[in-house]
Design a protein around this ligand. Structure first.
Ligand SMILES: [Zn+2]
Ligand SMILES: [Zn+2]
Length: 350
């Protein structure tokens, strides 16, 4: 048994590079295993802007971005067992995957061999476009829905669904913790969560930022040290220091210089995605048995683990809450790095 398809208010980009405007989009009926979520907040991720402006290739338009969604369950399908009406829930970057491949079986749905189904700018199993969180409601399979524990406000929780897990996953995978020296490159929406999470994991945390402009913030967020990468002395002073360097910047880095900061046996992990190819001398790796790696968000189980970890440590994102009509202005401010540290849309204004 299902309810009828309904149309819901949303902000959408009607075409690539067009400003977002208020419109309506269809939501599918609540199916057997679906939950209908009354969206309370949706974070603005840098990748929303990339995709709405078609930086990653062919986009599906109209596009409703938003994959940092926090809200309340408003209705559940008859087969739903994990959620009840009134539960606090979140949705991240994907809403489905093949559920059969070796990666899905391991809870690594983000690396599904068929490809995960994006929360927006994707086609669902019926070939219908998915629409993201800049909207009043969304219908999602319960298996791709996260529980947001009490102890994190929903507005501060929303950015955890992308920015939080994007940093948590590599920090956990590469063993950030007591006795480990971790550097976070870039103190933006991603980087500020990296600092908070790495600090809560017990690592010694260094921020590597272009300038010292945000130093006071960085130390307040939990960093032990703060260095400017515009100062060449940083790269000599910190040579061979870090067990793990996580780069959150999407501008191409001088990878040889950053690998010089990594200890023998350590890793430089990229979660930012420069659009241009990068150049690398393999001697930067060979000389110290170093790893250059990438990491993309996290699976459903790990995302839940991250939310529980953040709640246990009282961690949420640093946010600026905006109204729907401020989305386009917020995009410009994100591109100008003029946000500390994440815009979150109040969905009641959509
Ligand atoms: Zn994102
Ligand atoms: Zn799969």
């Amino acid at each position: 048994m299902t309810t009828n398809v309904s149309t819901v208010p949303a902000y959408a980009a009607p075409a690539a590079n067009a400003p977002l405007e208020r419109t309506t989009v269809p939501r599918r009926p609540v199916g057997e295993h679906d939950v209908l979520i009354d969206i309370k907040y949706a974070g603005i991720c840098h990748s929303d802007i990339h995709q709405a402006r078609d930086g990653w290739g062919e986009g599906i338009f109209p596009m409703v971005p938003g994959h940092e969604i926090a809200g309340i369950v408003a209705e559940v399908g008859p087969g739903v067992t994990r959620f009840q009406v009134g539960d606090r829930v979140g949705v991240g970057c994907f809403v489905d995957s093949c559920r059969e491949c070796e990666y899905c079986a391991q809870g690594l749905e983000q690396y599904c061999t068929r490809g995960m189904t994006g929360t927006y700018n994707a086609l669902d199993e019926n070939g219908e476009p998915t629409y993201g969180g800049y909207s009043s409601h969304i219908v999602v399979d319960e298996n791709y829905t996260l529980r947001i524990p009490e102890g994190i406000d929903l507005d501060e929780a929303a950015p955890l669904l992308c920015a939080g897990i994007t940093l948590y996953s590599p920090l956990a995978h590469w063993g950030a913790g007591p006795g480990k020296k971790v550097a976070i490159v870039g103190l933006g929406g991603l980087g500020h969560m990296g600092v908070k999470i790495a600090h809560a994991m017990g690592a010694e945390v260094t921020v590597l930022s272009q300038s010292l402009k945000k130093q006071e913030d960085g130390l307040k967020l939990g960093a032990d040290h703060y260095y400017a990468t515009s100062d060449p002395a940083t790269f000599t002073e910190l040579a061979g220091t870090f067990d793990l360097v996580v780069s959150t910047v999407s501008a191409p880095l001088d990878f040889n210089a950053y690998l010089g900061l990594v200890r023998t046996g350590g890793a430089l992990v990229n979660v930012g995605a420069p659009e241009e190819p990068v150049s690398l001398s393999l001697f930067s790796l060979i000389g110290g048995r170093k790893t250059l790696a990438g990491s993309m968000i996290g699976g459903i189980a790990e995302t839940q683990e991250m939310l529980d970890f953040c709640a246990a440590h009282g961690l949420g994102a640093e946010i600026e809450v905006i109204r729907g009509e401020q989305i386009n202005e917020a995009y410009e401010r994100v591109l100008a790095s003029d946000v500390r540290y994440r815009f979150v849309i109040d969905a009641s204004t959509i």
